[in-house]
Design a protein around this ligand. Sequence first.
Ligand SMILES: [Fe+2]
Length: 249
Amino acid sequence: MIFRQLFEPISSTFTYLIGCEQSGKAVLIDPVLPAWERDLAEIRGLGLDLAFTVDTHIHADHITSARKLKQEAGSRIAHPAIDGLACVDHPLEEGKPLVVDSIQIEPIFTPGHTDGHHAYRLGDRVLTGDALLIDGCGRTDFQNGDAKALYHSIRSKLFMLSDDTLVYPAHDYKQRRVSSIAQEKARNPRLGGDRSLEDFVRLMGELDLDYPKFIDYAVPGNRECGVCPPDVPEKLEQYCDQIGDSLQG
Ligand SMILES: [Fe+2]
């Protein structure tokens, strides 16, 4: 399996490129609109063709490039079925892996950050989206978020994976890239150790986070699989423009 972690600096999002060596097919998980050209160049540079884009949830901090990549590269759009988006080609649900030749992507229903969020397991690694982050977790105060649900998604589902499973989140704001289930179980300051449900719910309720600055544009845009709304204010246009040279790894 070919595996690359790409970074989109405007929203600090990780996009994951998965490739099948035998068939030359590729899948992008959580691709971001300003990076679509960079991501497609990366795929083509590896001699691969993009078969699917997959999103973990309806994002509030960036717009997916799923629709754009479908137009440009002919990829199909996979997304959790529970979100009921009309633009989706391949609805995903737990128990029904997305198989692309040698690539097997297993959806894990992990509500709490949003009510439709899914993580994706690929063998010895899990892409945790905005449910479990390195030393953290996604916020639960918008998009039908629910701290109690997130606690169960992480502790009863993700923490039940093998300790050696590598954890690849959808974001990191401190330049960390990968963790493991054992590490998060032991050390995650929000959800690790013996953190109780009651403590976690109280902690999430007391976070007092800023209103997400792009949410009013991102959510409607992502409900259409990646349309940049026409009324985006000038100061937020970078969320729709193409990035130039950017960090990646
Ligand atoms: Fe999110």
